[in-house]
Write a protein that binds this ligand. Structure first.
Ligand code: FNR
Length: 475
């Protein structure tokens, strides 16, 4: 199929927990990687995530119920990023694959992780001894999503068993198999078994991606070719060599590490990467220099600003913050709000907007504006009807005012937010300035009651005590 990611003759950034987040993936692509894998993400956690289009960062975020961004991706990598998941359950794997499939180039299943947290749940390398489960997961994914599906395995103690497994995997319809040339019990310091990888590459017709060469074989871009030849596979996947210096993908040779770290940090700032994650990646790059003066500053940094100071990037930090702030403001401009109207269909008005909590003081929510306005117009109290959908557990509310219905086409993470979003739609569609309530009362909000009739002062005190919901999107 045209446009589908090909895994033949590629060099890839391997999946790496904590390392394979957005800044590292974009950097690897800049330096010449053809394909980039994200860190392994566990199906149970991903299944709880909501897909959020983060308009400020221009990313797509998959956000957990506690508002943590589990997976952040962007247009720049869309054709090249492989989403790797940890799973032991075909149905859950499919649900997660469907959640992300429009935003990624392929789906991969991790079948090589030997760590207990993975294997005890039947995931990772535990799958290697359950080929029926492997087959069930891969078949379900291949038939259920529109993007290519791959898997990453380790080799089995017997070559014959390894080949039998690889052939069985191939029959499921996967687009490629990545082979980490180590046995389940071998550690990263053990030499890689290129002979096994080569035998798998000869046994199957789908592309085989050789992996495991970072320590003893691949130091520079030139070594990638040597590893490819030694492993007899058309494609290569690098983990540690890329983690230590992602410019290993550069055909013109690696760049000085300090320059690479600066580029990394610029991406981290641009995409609001969590500072502790950036710090971790920078420490991996520093390696034995982690105790140097720079290393100590990086280790001591508690936020992006302090990381920027360590690299003399304060000006870049400030510019990036200003640019993001400007975009945030533009997104909230009145012109932009008018653009939100997408449909008036019979008695239903729909707009595409999210409830932005920061736009409202805690004691003056859109629901309260609307209630107050309705009372003054001597209308019946607005009524809210909320539905929840299964795929991402998102909520959508419809508010009815004077027999007209108002709703947002964007689904919210909670019933509370969905109701607020529908109230905003109603206020904007009816041209009720959202600040008018306070202005009409001499600039003071003249609400005495909350939207469900409780005392405003009480509500405010509750909010201050920390019962509010946090913003999503990490921007
Ligand atoms: C890994 N590896 C790994 N593998 C995987 O399938 N999913 C993952 O999330 C991770 N996470 C991870 C984190 C870190 C920090 C390292 C170093 C490794 C294994 C990795 O993809 C690869 O198979 C091995 O490191 C061998 O390849 P190299 O390092 O020799 O190129």
């Amino acid at each position: 199929m045209a446009g589908r990611l090909s895994f033949a003759n590629i060099t890839a950034l391997a999946p790496m927990v904590r390392v394979g987040t957005l800044p590292m993936r974009l950097l690897a692509l800049d330096y010449g990687a053809d394909v980039v894998y994200c860190e392994e993400l566990i199906d149970i956690k991903m299944a709880q995530c909501r897909r959020v289009e983060n308009e400020v960062l221009q990313t797509v975020d998959f956000v957990a119920p506690d508002d943590r961004v589990m997976f952040r991706t962007c247009e720049k990598e869309k054709q090249r990023v492989v989403f790797q998941m940890g799973t032991a359950d075909p149905d859950r794997a499919l649900a997660v694959a469907r959640l992300v499939e429009k935003d990624v180039a392929a789906i991969d299943v991790n079948m090589g992780c030997p760590k207990e947290y993975s294997t005890k749940g039947g995931m990772g390398a535990a799958l290697l001894s359950d080929p029926d489960k492997i087959e069930a997961i891969l078949r379900k994914l291949v038939s259920g999503v529109s993007v290519p599906v791959t898997c990453k395995i380790r080799i089995l103690p017997s070559l014959e068993d390894t080949l039998t497994l690889a052939r069985r995997i191939e029959k499921t319809g996967v687009a490629a198999v990545a082979v980490h040339g180590r046995f389940k019990d071998e550690r990263p310091r053990h030499p890689v078994h290129c002979d096994y990888i080569g035998a798998v590459a000869r046994a199957v017709a789908v592309p085989v991606i050789a992996n495991g060469g970072s320590l003893d074989l691949v130091k520079t871009h030139g070594d990638i070719q040597a590893f490819r030849a030694a492993a007899g596979a058309s494609s290569v996947m690098l983990a540690r060599a890329a983690m230590w210096n992602p410019s290993v993908f550069r055909s013109a040779g690696p760049l000085p590490l300090h320059d690479v770290m600066i580029q990394y940090l610029k991406y981290a700032l641009r995409y609001d990467n969590h500072a502790f994650n950036s710090k971790y990646c920078l420490c991996q790059m520093l390696r034995d220099k982690v105790e140097s003066a720079l290393g100590k500053r990086v280790q001591a940094a508690q936020n992006n600003q302090e990381l920027s100071e360590a690299f003399d990037l304060v000006a870049v930090f400030e510019e990036t913050q200003a640019a993001l702030e400007a975009r945030r403001d533009a997104l909230q401009s009145p012109e932009r709000r008018r653009d939100h109207v997408i449909a008036v269909d019979g008695d239903v008005t729909t707009m595409a907007l999210k409830f932005q909590r920061r736009e409202y003081p805690p004691q003056l929510t859109p629901k309260m504006f609307l209630l107050e306005w309705s009372r003054r117009q001597k209308l019946e109290q607005p009524t809210y009807q909320t539905v929840q959908r299964a795929q991402d557990r998102g909520f959508q509310s419809t508010v009815t005012v004077e027999n007209r219905k108002y709703r947002s086409s964007l689904w919210e993470k909670s019933k509370k937010f969905a109701e607020q979003a529908s109230a905003v739609v109603c206020l904007r569609a009816r041209g009720i300035p959202e600040s008018r309530v306070g202005q009409e009362n001499g600039g003071r909000p003249h609400k005495r009651k909350t939207e469900d009739g409780r005392d405003v002062g009480q509500e405010k005190r509750k909010k201050q005590a920390g019962d509010g919901e946090r913003e999503t999107g990490g921007s």
